[in-house]
Each structure stands twice: as structure tokens, then as C-alpha cells.
Design a protein around this ligand. Structure first.
Ligand SMILES: Nc1ncnc2c1ncn2[C@@H]1O[C@H](COP(=O)(O)OP(=O)(O)OP(=O)(O)O)[C@@H](O)[C@H]1O
Ligand SMILES: [Mg+2]
Length: 467
């Protein structure tokens, strides 16, 4: 996408470019008109030799290629040069033949159109080309942002280790390949799955995560594949499962190693056939969901222990992505700490900032819960601290303090009573791990007052809920 294109005067450089290849000039110019109406620039070529020249000069986004050309066969050309075309191909033919259509699709062409051209179909196919190009541009721009700011979509970090992760996401997102994400607890596996979804052609569809370890083994099959009315006691209504609801979207099979082994067998069969059957159903239903799996166990180890079926693992592990633990990400910890603090400042209208000592204390902590643990620590420090977050407000036990000693709340001169009250209430609640009764009792207020106050702070809590 970085290659400059020599754009004739009057053509918008940002429009995608279509190269129309046909030796019949009348047909070529009428097709040109149709394609222009879909917001494409166009070039034409009448032979394979001209096509090669046009590709080298103009780098088209899509080639609409006639099958029979004076100097050779269009499909043969695609077969031998697909890798270097750098463009999508739509094959056009005068005569429909099932064999050549199948062959064309096998060569990876985007579509196969028969003359006279069906406009609606051409439109849909070109819209697909434009979307893919827009996504590629977006991903490319994201790469630019990342170098400058240490961000990739919703992900923060600029360490080498994370740059490699971004590279992988960038490569796999536009495809439909299964992805298997591994990494310690809290390293951002679900966030990676979301990023892949957002950067994929399916981003307008839903992204549904299911935690395979959290659903009871009796229910998980119907959760995944749905059930028909009356298929078992309690099945009062027809229920569509995750795979059906994620139509045109993505399913995240989280904690896949916790899925009961019998269901793994079924899942494999469903993935291989591309169709599912609801529990108690007889109609096969085609699947249109991309499958991403995640686990914080080593999947090879889980296979050895018989927790994950080897054949399912290979099926899902088409594109593995491993997330490094936070301790292997250089300075990302500080970048993340700043990022989470900024989020809290933005959602509460405050302007708190880190002191060097507080950041050093965070860095010195081993952080077994990785990014999630860091995020929680930042939220708690935010509650405890005044405008500057001091070392003492970072709630990490350092071996010197009594484990049960209450954390200190820091109040600066110049703070308002309302602000101090809010911080005292939230800090007390934090100290009692969310037990509202104990907190209210200690604060000497009624439970009702506590609830009222918390409602007022709810904008803040919306940001702090993730733990
Ligand atoms: N690189 C990152 N940038 C910004 N936020 C992140 C990043 N990585 C993780 N987070 C945040 O940290 C929290 C934990 O991330 P996530 O839930 O994706 O981790 P996980 O690996 O799926 O955890 P678990 O192993 O517990 O399932 C989320 O709030 C997520 O938004
Ligand atoms: Mg997760």
C-alpha cells in the first residue's frame, strides 16, 4: 500500500484501482463504466503482455480477467503468477462451465462471472475488494501509529516481543484461519482475539467469547450448538448456540483445554464438516463463524495429559500466537501504567499522575497476574492516592508491612471534602474486598447511604469494574 501510483489528473488517488482485461474493446469499455460506478479507478489491457505491464506500472487492487485472450489462457496466467500479482482476481468468461468455475475458485480467484455480467453480483464482489483494501490500509496505518505511540488498536505496548505479536495479528486478521492464542493468565489473550476480530472482514458481525471452563459439562453442547425445543427436560424453547449467533462474526473458545473431551470430539467433527446440528435437531446448519481458541496452559502439555485432543489441537492451531508475560516486555509496564491511569483520569475528570517512586515500585513487583494485575493495581492506587500517586499508594505488600495492616489513604491539603469522602468510601470498600456491609459499618453510615454514594460514583466504577 505504500507504492506510489502514477495517477492521471482528475482521478482521486485514494480510490481502489481495477484493471480490466479483455480483447473485445466494446465489452471492456462497458465493463469499465460499470466498475467506475462502484467507486473504482480503471485501466484496461487487451492481452496478457499488456496485463503484465499494467500490473507493474499501476499495481491494481483487483483484476477483472477474461479467460480467453489472444496470447494465452487467463486461468493459466493466474495459476503461474498468482503469488506476484498482489491483487484480487475476478475471472470473466463467455461460456459458463462448471469445471472451469471450480478450477478458477481453486486457484484462489475471488469470483467467477459469466457474460453478460450480472450487475448485482459484480457490485457485491467489488464491494468486497474495497472492504479488504480499506482494512489493509487501516492495519497499515495502525502499524504507523504503533511505531510512534506504542499502540496497536486497543493494545498498548512497544516492546520487541509485542511488535512480533502485532505482526502476527496483522497477518492473520484479514484471513479466516483458526487462531490459537496462548499466554499466562492476564496477558491479554481475549484482547488479542478482539483485535483480530476488529481488523477482520467480519468486524461488523459479533464477537462472542465462551469460557469453556465456566459452563457446566451438561450445558456446554447446547451453549455451543444450540438445542431444539423439547430436546431435553427444561428445553422449553428453541435455543441458538454461540456458533449460530456468531454468524458472520467470530467465536472465541476460551480455556479450550477445559472443554469436556466428548465435546471436543463433536467440535472437531463440526469444524471439519462446516455444519452443526442443534441438540435434538436433524437439520444440518452451515457454520459461518471464525474460530479463535485460547488457553493459559501449554497446549502441548494439555495434549500429553489427555485434556486436549491432539486432532482438535492441530485443527485449531493453524495460526498460533503466544503472548509474552509482562516481565518480558521491557518498558511496556510503564506505558501500560500510564495508559490505565489516563483512562481513569478521563472517566472521572481527574488529573492524577505517577511519581517515579510509585512506578519503580510497580516495576519491582513480579506481577504474576500480568496486565490484568497491573490494571487492578493502578485502579487501587488511583483510589488511594491524591493528585500525585506516591510509592505508599501502590498497594503491594513489600514484606515489611503487616499483611493485615490497613492501607493508608493519602489526603493532600487543598482536596475538597466531597473528593476526600469519595476516596475514603472507595478505599474502605476496597479494603473489605467489596463487602458493602462491613464497609458501611466501618464508615459509620447506613448501607443505603453507601449504595447512594456508589451510584453517584458509578461513572468512575464503570472504568474500575474489570477485575
Ligand atoms: N496490551 C494491552 N494493552 C492494554 N490493555 C491490555 C493489554 N493486555 C491486556 N490488557 C487488559 O488487561 C486485562 C486482561 O486482559 P485479557 O482478559 O485479554 O487477558 P487474558 O489473557 O484473556 O486473561 P485470562 O488468562 O485471565 O483469561 C483486560 O482488561 C485487558 O483489556
Ligand atoms: Mg481470558
Amino acid at each position: 500500500m505504500t507504492t506510489a501510483r502514477n495517477t492521471p489528473r482528475g482521478e482521486a488517488p485514494h480510490l481502489p484501482l481495477a484493471l480490466i482485461v479483455d480483447d473485445d474493446p466494446d465489452f471492456a469499455s462497458s465493463l469499465e463504466l460499470l466498475v467506475k460506478r462502484e467507486q473504482f479507478q480503471t485501466r484496461t489491457a487487451a492481452s496478457l503482455a499488456e496485463t503484465r505491464r499494467a500490473i507493474a506500472a499501476d499495481r491494481p487492487d483487483v483484476i477483472l480477467l477474461d479467460m480467453g485472450l489472444p496470447d494465452g489462457d487467463g486461468l493459466e496466467f493466474v495459476r503461474s503468477e498468482k503469488a506476484s500479482l498482489g491483487a484480487e482476481v475476478i475471472v470473466i468468461t463467455g461460456q459458463a462451465s462448471v469445471d472451469s468455475a471450480v478450477e478458477a475458485l481453486r486457484e484462489g480467484v475471488l469470483d467467477y462471472l459469466v457474460k453478460p455480467i450480472d450487475r448485482a453480483r459484480l457490485r457485491a464482489t467489488l464491494a468486497n475488494v474495497a472492504r479488504t483494501r480499506a482494512l489493509k490500509t487501516q492495519v497499515h496505518d495502525l502499524r504507523g501509529d504503533l511505531r510512534n505511540l506504542g499502540r496497536f488498536g486497543p493494545m498498548v505496548g512497544r516492546s520487541k516481543a509485542m511488535q512480533s505479536v502485532y505482526d502476527l495479528i496483522e497477518r492473520v486478521a484479514p484471513t479466516d484461519a483458526h487462531v490459537f492464542i496462548t499466554g499466562e493468565s492476564g496477558t491479554g489473550k481475549e484482547l488479542v482475539a478482539q483485535t483480530i476480530h476488529q481488523l477482520s472482514p467480519r468486524h461488523e458481525g459479533p464477537m462472542l467469547p465462551i469460557n469453556c471452563g465456566a459452563v457446566s459439562p451438561q450445558l456446554i453442547e447446547s451453549e455451543l450448538f444450540g438445542h431444539e425445543r423439547g430436546s431435553f427436560t427444561g428445553a422449553e424453547k428453541l435455543h441458538k448456540g454461540y456458533f449460530e449467533r456468531a454468524r458472520a462474526g467470530t467465536v472465541l473458545l476460551d480455556e479450550i483445554t477445559e472443554m469436556p473431551i466428548e465435546l471436543q470430539v463433536k467440535l472437531l467433527r463440526v469444524l471439519e464438516a462446516g455444519v452443526l446440528m442443534r441438540v435434538g435437531g436433524t437439520e444440518p446448519i452451515p457454520i459461518d463463524a471464525r474460530v479463535v481458541a485460547a488457553s493459559n496452559r501449554d497446549p502441548a502439555e494439555a495434549v500429553k495429559q489427555g485434556k486436549l485432543r491432539e486432532d482438535l489441537f492441530y485443527r485449531l492451531n493453524v495460526f498460533p500466537i503466544h503472548l509474552p508475560p509482562l516481565r518480558e516486555r521491557d518498558d511496556d509496564l510503564e506505558l501500560l501504567a500510564e495508559h490505565f491511569l489516563e483512562e481513569l483520569n478521563a472517566s472521572s475528570g481527574q488529573k492524577k499522575s505517577w511519581t517515579r517512586a510509585a512506578l519503580d515500585r510497580l516495576r519491582a513487583h513480579r506481577m504474576p497476574g500480568n496486565v490484568r494485575e497491573l490494571k487492578n493495581l493502578v485502579q487501587r492506587a488511583f483510589i488511594l492516592a491524591g493528585d500525585e500517586i506516591w510509592r505508599e499508594s501502590v498497594p503491594i505488600a513489600d514484606g515489611l508491612a503487616e499483611p493485615s495492616s490497613p492501607t493508608k489513604l493519602q489526603v493532600q491539603m487543598g482536596s475538597s471534602i466531597a473528593d476526600t469522602e469519595q476516596r475514603l468510601i472507595l478505599a474502605t470498600l476496597e479494603h473489605f474486598q467489596g463487602d458493602k456491609e462491613k464497609a458501611a459499618q466501618t464508615l459509620g453510615i447506613s448501607l443505603k447511604t453507601l449504595y447512594n454514594r456508589l451510584n453517584v460514583y458509578s461513572a468512575f466504577r464503570a472504568g474500575a469494574e474489570d477485575r
